[in-house]
Design a protein around this ligand. Structure first.
Ligand code: KG4
Ligand code: ZN
Length: 345
């Protein structure tokens, strides 16, 4: 896989439109790959949650329409933020998410980035969305200094659920991923069944605090599969069957029991991967990393095993453009012309 060495400081204008957030940021990236640090000069996230809420999930054609509307507005707001901060609107590079993600949504960002690159006379580099989530663990310089390699990374979001191992800042490989639903998607679908609003993860977590995690024994799919892949669709279906058989079931109990089953699988497989890889650190990232029960359990298990645990600041768990600047600076940067949407790296 082609990569270009990055050692110099750079002011990066970054764009993220892979799913349902239109995000643009300006980040000063310093220190190269050895001692990276990031100063956020501007950051806008225009969320489409209200648009997709009636459908209980992200509708790709609506996401595309919203990105097209929001991109120029978000860019204007970024310029305002730069002006207010007395920061020049001059950039060394435009970085844009090229995948994985929803293809119609990705193209809106890629085309906008290309137009901007041409207008500003700077190169446009494609960035990997998964690397963005991974490198969000490097946005806090002090926390990042404590991360030791090998590091096992659990990436859990609405679109992705994967385990990866990093042997160095740029040297990573996927260990496994979900065969069907992503963990966040399972939270969203269970929430929908229970009549809770989208996105369901935070709603399920809130109700789970009032319920008993041992009230219902839901299956732990692929817990003993012997690999590092996941499957959440069966777990979601078990919740559906339980609700059909017990229409009066306590919703907090269902939430707590479902959440416990999902966390059990995520944490057990992550720790198994960490032991297998001789990991010194365990990292979590993505929207579901905001789940306090998940991160507390992962932290406890990692620290019990003598490993460093790290998680990004809450504001960088969900999709954002700051992480895309970090991915472009630290990760595999592809000239956008050669980076296809949905690039599976
Ligand atoms: O990373 P993200 O913003 O978008 C994707 O790349 O998919 O993740 C959004 C996902 C949604 O499925 C949402 O329900 C889930 O993250 N999520 C949570 C929590 N907060 C967000 N899932 C469980 N517990 C939470 N507290
Ligand atoms: Zn994401």
């Amino acid at each position: 896989m082609a990569s270009c060495p990055v050692i110099r400081s750079m002011k990066i204008l970054s764009i993220e439109t892979s799913c349902d957030e239109t995000a643009i940021a300006v980040v000063e990236c310093l220190g190269g790959r050895m001692t990276p640090s990031f100063a956020v000069r501007a950051h806008v996230v225009a969320t489409q949650i209200a648009t997709h809420r009636p459908f209980g999930g992200v509708v790709p054609s609506l996401a595309k329409r919203e990105h097209l509307l929001n991109l120029p507005l978000a860019y204007a707001e970024v310029l305002e933020q730069l002006k207010a901060a007395g920061c020049e609107a001059k950039f060394d590079r435009v970085a844009v998410t090229v995948g994985p993600g929803l293809e119609p949504a990705l193209w809106t960002g890629i085309n906008f980035a290309k137009e901007l690159g041409e207008k500003l006379g700077v190169s446009v580099m494609g960035a990997n969305h998964l690397e963005g989530h991974m490198y969000s663990n490097w946005l806090d310089t002090e926390a990042a200094k404590k991360i030791k390699f090998p590091a096992v990374v659990l990436l859990v979001s609405g679109g992705h659920t994967a385990l990866a191992v990093m042997d160095g800042i740029q040297k990573w490989r996927k260990l496994g991923e979900t065969h069907d639903d992503a963990a966040g998607e399972a939270f969203d679908k269970v929430a929908k069944m229970l009549g809770l609003p989208y996105p369901g993860g935070p709603e399920v977590e809130k109700l789970a605090r009032e319920g008993s995690p041992d009230a219902i024994v839901f299956p732990r799919p692929m817990l003993h599969s012997g690999d590092f892949n996941f499957s959440f669709s069966g777990l979601k279906t078990s919740v559906l069957y339980h609700m059909k058989a017990h229409p009066d079931a306590s919703v907090p109990d269902v939430c707590a029991s479902f959440q416990k089953a999902a966390i059990d699988v995520l944490v057990t497989k992550t720790m198994r991967a960490a032991q297998d890889c001789g990991a010194q650190s365990v990292l979590v990232c993505g929207g579901v990393a905001s789940n306090a029960a998940l991160s507390a359990e992962l932290k406890r298990r990692a620290e019990d095993a003598g490993m460093v645990f790290a998680a990004p600041a809450a504001q960088y768990n969900g999709d954002n453009a700051v992480m895309i600047a970090a991915a472009s600076y630290l990760g595999t940067a592809h000239p956008v012309e050669t980076a296809l949407p949905n690039l599976n790296i």
